[in-house]
Design a protein around this ligand. Structure first.
Ligand code: GLU
Length: 429
């Protein structure tokens, strides 16, 4: 098939640094497509989402007034299975951001060899501006507006920035009430009492810790003599920090929006409240507080950006002194920063592998929901360890055989699988 007459072209790559998630995702795809034997028409299809749904969400505020919010659900590719990905509540959510993040979900599911494709959605709102009752009304109405779009065999949302297990419980309840049957498999990341999986909440942070340990092992570094700085102390950052600390590493800095708690001799991370335990309390009892940007440039062995996207840029990548970067957040490194790290030989273990524990345990949750049988916490841990090891081995093999960056290696693994699936299914009709 020829691609000489594309009806829609990929957005041209931008030279500047102010990239959206979509621009970064497309540039990464274009670069990775050079590495694998893939039909250009498949690359052209993967450059665009399959569908983006935009909805209007009116809710009654507690004072009786009505506020109207905008929500999105972007579905990227479903060649390997139903769409899968989180819902975020954040003031900077845009349609393009959802598409970029949905693309990353497609690669993430393919790297992990999960039978899902990518999706992402969100509402343009600062959840801190809403009461709990308002957040519940917003979520229920959003679920109703997305009812035709989602479903356990179609598209399965999960928590992301600004949403949590309770959000998923409201979403599942609203969907189930309208469908007339309890449908736990419509979302993952629910509380375990209604079909959620044990270990789901901590899973992205656990996979970050597991992958950090595997990478240190690969570079023949000892965890016991490793120092770590973690940006962000939500579910991903806090769980990664606490596990690495438990396994013997020295976590010298962790941060939230107010700044970083820093102790060169190591912090007692178990006693620092996570965002869920007590929001924005990281620096409260700290002896030394650093600005968030300084955390990124600390002289540590491992840097884990686990807060928001685009924090490692052309401006600061040259000043990062860590020997290894492990991406806890989605898209923390811009393309220009990636190039600087590559030139400086600083390995960056990409988000689509490092934080993929979240969607992997989401897959376990979906299986448990379909089978109506809950797994033990131990079983979830064992299966997650096994899946992460399998994915790490596949990416490490690609890293060694192709002599590319870790990100390119992960993309090559994902694209090979997507390409094979697209070839086998062909183009309909
Ligand atoms: N929001 C998470 C992510 O970015 C999890 C998605 C899921 O479990 O479906 O990977």
């Amino acid at each position: 098939m020829t691609t000489s007459r594309q009806a829609i072209d990929a957005e041209p790559a931008v030279a500047g640094e102010s990239q959206t998630a979509l621009q970064t995702a497309r540039r990464q795809l274009a670069r990775a497509a050079e590495l694998v034997d893939i039909d250009p028409s498949v690359v052209a299809r993967l450059t665009h989402p399959r569908k983006v749904v935009e909805v209007t969400i009116p809710i009654e505020r507690d004072d009786g007034s009505v506020a109207v919010y905008r929500g999105y659900r972007a579905q990227h590719d479903s060649v390997r299975g139903p769409h899968k990905g989180g819902l975020r509540y954040h003031p900077e959510v845009t349609s393009d951001e959802c598409v970029g993040l949905a693309m990353w979900m497609t690669w993430k599911c393919a790297v992990m060899d999960l039978p899902f494709g990518g999706a992402k959605g969100g509402v343009v709102v600062d959840p801190k501006d809403l009461s709990e009752a308002e957040r519940e009304r917003l979520t229920r109405r959003f679920a109703q507006e997305l009812r035709e779009t989602v479903g356990p065999m179609r598209d399965i949302p999960a928590p992301d920035m600004g949403t949590d297990a309770q959000t998923m419980a409201w979403f599942m309840d609203a969907y189930s009430m309208q469908e007339g049957e309890t449908t736990p498999g419509v979302v993952t990341g629910k509380p375990p009492v209604i079909g959620g999986s044990h270990g789901r909440e901590e899973a992205p942070g656990r996979s970050v810790a597991l992958v950090t340990r595997a990478a240190l092992d690969y570079y023949e570094r000892d965890l016991a003599t490793t120092t770590v700085a973690v940006q962000g102390y939500g579910s991903v950052g806090a769980n990664a920090a606490r596990l690495l600390d438990e396994w013997g590493a020295t976590v010298v800095a962790v941060s939230d929006v107010n700044g970083a708690a820093y102790d060169p001799d190591g912090l007692d991370v178990a006693s620092i409240p996570t965002h869920d335990e007590e929001p924005e309390a990281v620096t409260r009892a700290a002896d030394e507080v650093l600005p968030n940007e300084d955390l990124l440039e600390l002289d540590v062995d491992v840097l884990i950006p686990a807060a928001v996207g685009n924090v490692l840029t052309a401006e600061n990548a040259g000043d990062v002194r860590a020997d290894l970067v492990v991406e806890g957040a989605n898209g923390p490194t811009t393309v220009a920063a990636d190039e600087l790290f590559e030139a400086r030989d600083v390995p960056v273990i990409p988000d689509i592998l490092a934080n993929a524990g979240g969607v992997t345990v989401s897959y376990f949750e979906w299986l448990q929901d379909i089978n109506r049988r809950q797994w033990s916490h131990d079983r979830v841990h064992q299966e997650l360890n096994a899946e992460m090891e399998r994915a790490w081995d596949a990416v490490r093999d690609a890293y060694e055989s192709r002599d590319v960056t870790w990100r390119d290696a992960a993309y090559a693994v994902a694209l090979d699988r997507l390409s094979a699936a697209h070839d086998a299914r062909g183009l309909w009709p």
